[in-house]
Design a binder for this molecule. Structure first.
Ligand SMILES: Cc1cc2nc3c(=O)[nH]c(=O)nc-3n(C[C@H](O)[C@H](O)[C@H](O)COP(=O)(O)OP(=O)(O)OC[C@H]3O[C@@H](n4cnc5c(N)ncnc54)[C@H](O)[C@@H]3O)c2cc1C
Length: 412
């Protein structure tokens, strides 16, 4: 029997693709993990914006097989950066021509007369690929706010394919012919929120094999017994989607905690009494320190609804003690300063903390992780998903990984 830990999109996808006997335990009272949705006072909010973008048509069909197409909105992404007094199209590095002339010249000059060539960290890579001005005006301050860490500690490929690379030709061409090439240029969004995808995947999962409010506490790897807050479970394989360092703890494998770090993200979902002043963007990036938040997303611009409905994301170090009241106060001041609200009143809100949110990908962590994964696989324990694999990835990646493992374990 395959014991699946966690009923987020990864755990449910594994079950949906598997022909093995399985059971899923989930510590929360509902399924969905970070792809859950909150319906409150007429507003629809995810755990911060959660948009599914598919590159694989088959995965898309599988995921959407139990959904009503008339309830899915197709959105062409529009995102900008609030930079000083300007709104610059995203990504910054391809739209430097939208800056004031002097700053544009600085960016262009530094791009071509760039003394930085060698790099071995994420921060050094930003200088080497884009020059001092682009790095220091947007890429470094924005990512420092998001990751809440020294970018020199991160691996060059910390963001993998999600980093919007652009070479000099791309940048110059974009001055004249704007081209959106990002991985999520178009996205689909269900009227009921991200949870609709999860429910659709769950349509292929045996409901009597999902056990909610059941938390994995300990694993006896040699006798293949998992201990939960409710019972002991004998298993053949474990498919874990819980954060990798927690799994190491529960399997009593010694590990260096300092290698496995991440940030936490405080999310304010806020519904206001009337439409806001920002009518076009799906989300806006805020690199400047004067704003506490690094990104604000606009649900009302997706739903075309008549009341401002936002998610606000604020990055913290993983052990920071968050003061949500102070953060909300600063957020509302920042939103006024940025021209997003004026005399708007809050009608409804929901505060969430995502911890972990973005893992810190470093070379030493990767080496250690691979060795520990090999050890675990030898014990029939497989750790998958965004936090199970301890990586930066999308929901589609999670589903693909779950599908591959389900087929692999089935054929044994
Ligand atoms: C701020 C933010 C925005 C994002 N936006 C997007 C986006 O727009 N598009 C996109 O593709 N991806 C996005 N992502 C990534 C996306 O959230 C993840 O890839 C995906 O939700 C991971 O799913 P999962 O099932 O692997 O993990 P999770 O959703 O974390 O599920 C793990 C499950 O395990 C359960 N669990 C944990 N411990 C135990 C235990 N001991 N016992 C039993 N159960 C346990 C948890 O309760 C949870 O339900 C975003 C991530 C963040 C942080």
């Amino acid at each position: 029997m395959d014991l699946i830990i966690g009923a987020g999109i990864t755990g449910l996808s594994y079950a949906a693709y598997s022909n093995n006997d399985y059971m899923i335990i989930e510590k929360e009272h509902e399924i969905g993990g970070y792809c859950r949705t909150i319906h409150q006072d007429g507003f629809v909010w995810d755990y911060s914006g959660h948009f599914f973008h598919f590159q694989d048509e088959k995965i898309k069909q599988d995921v959407m097989s139990h959904m009503d197409p008339s309830q899915i909105l197709s959105v062409t992404k529009k995102t900008q950066i609030k930079y000083r007094d300007l709104m610059i199209d995203y990504p910054f590095q391809k739209n430097i021509h939208q800056l004031h002339k002097e700053e544009f010249i600085d960016c262009l000059y530094d791009l071509f007369q760039n003394p930085y060539h060698d790099y071995s960290s994420f921060k050094e890579m930003l200088y080497a690929k884009f020059g001092k001005s682009i790095a220091e005006k947007f890429l470094i301050p924005y990512n420092e706010k998001l990751y809440a860490c020294d970018l020199n500690s991160l691996d060059v490929d910390a963001m993998g394919r999600f980093f919007p690379f652009a070479n000099k030709d791309d940048i110059i061409l974009n001055f004249k012919f704007a081209k959106e090439q990002s991985y999520n240029a178009h996205f689909l969004y269900p009227r009921g929120g991200a949870i609709e995808y999860v429910k659709s995947v769950c349509g292929k999962v045996k409901k009597d094999r999902i056990f909610l409010n059941e938390e994995l506490l300990d694993i006896d790897v040699y006798n293949k017994i998992a201990y939960t807050n409710k019972r002991r479970i004998k298993y053949d394989n474990i498919i874990s989607t819980i954060p990798f360092p927690y799994l190491l703890k529960q399997t009593h494998i010694d590990y260096d905690k300092s290698l496995y770090t991440s940030n936490q993200v405080l999310v304010f979902n806020i519904g206001f009494n009337k439409k806001g002043l920002e009518r076009v963007n799906n989300w806006i990036y805020f690199p400047e320190k004067k704003y506490l938040f690094y990104r604000i997303g606009f649900y009302d611009n997706i739903f075309q609804s008549d009341k401002l409905s936002v998610y606000v994301e604020i990055g913290y170090r993983e052990n920071d003690i968050i003061d949500p009241d102070k953060a909300l106060q600063d957020t509302l001041i920042g939103m006024k300063k940025a021209g997003i609200i004026s005399d708007h009143e809050i009608e409804s809100m929901c505060t969430l903390v995502m911890n972990p949110a973005y893992v810190h990908v470093t070379k030493n962590m990767e080496i250690d992780k691979l060795a520990k994964m090999k050890l675990l696989n030898g014990l029939d324990i497989y750790s998958i998903g965004r936090y199970g694999s301890w990586i930066y990835c999308s929901i589609e990646d999670n589903i693909k990984e779950a599908k591959t493992l389900a087929h692999q374990l089935e054929s044994r």
